[in-house]
Ligand binder design. Sequence first.
Ligand code: SF4
Ligand code: SF4
Length: 265
Amino acid sequence: MTRYELTRLPLLKPFLKSRWPQFIITALALAGFLFAILAGFVGTPVGSHNFSIVFVWIAWWALLMLVAVPFFGRGWCSVCPLPAPGEWLQRGAILKPQGRGINLGKRWPNRLRNIWLQNLAFTLVALFSAVVLTQPRVTALVLAAFLFIALGTSLIFERRAFCRYLCPVGGFIGLYSQLAPVEVRVKDTSVCATHTTKTCYIGNADGYGCPWQVFPGGLAKNTYCGACLECLRTCPHDNVVLNLRPIIPPPMCPPPIIPPGTPGP
Ligand code: SF4
Ligand code: SF4
């Protein structure tokens, strides 16, 4: 199937490898979400006149559904502000790996390694959508709860357990991202097979091991790839690329190649 390697474009690869663009968008989005929480608690109770409702459920939701998900798949997840504060504390850094973070390093429980908690959270938000989408205080409470849970999850569990197993938005973005016209993949799986250290999974001085607990060399669909581009930074063999591709339905994806010892999805 025809693919165009976007990372071959001369200026794009250094741009994607730099953490600054991602950080700037994340920080702006975080400022917007924090202001939305504040506005929800102290602003007018009239939903259509309150920043929290207009910013979250009209501006952000429309951008997510009409632009981010159809054109970039999980691109939103790579700049999402909800897990950002927890991830910065977990890593003890905002940009490149340095120092020690705050994290108990627990493994997410095996029996919860599925999409049921995400589905439950999504169902709850959908069931109460008439209230959540119109009452600024409820929107502020929901946003604050997401931020708080994401922060706690990052401090207790390894990597991005919140995004992978709890975030209700992440669950359906993952489903639709399978049809996205962009993908992070490896160029040559045989290079991965002989690279025993698998720095894309464990991390190195240039970047973090895959926050989504995915082995990039085995990626066959976008569902659990958060498009964070860490593997583009950590692969010493320059074997990771960002592709533009035709929209493909999930059944045409080849099965993943998982190296021994790599945790499953
Ligand atoms: S670091 Fe690069 S070459 Fe090594 S396993 Fe990961 S993607 Fe493959
Ligand atoms: S596979 Fe690469 S781009 Fe995808 S989540 Fe893992 S490190 Fe990020």
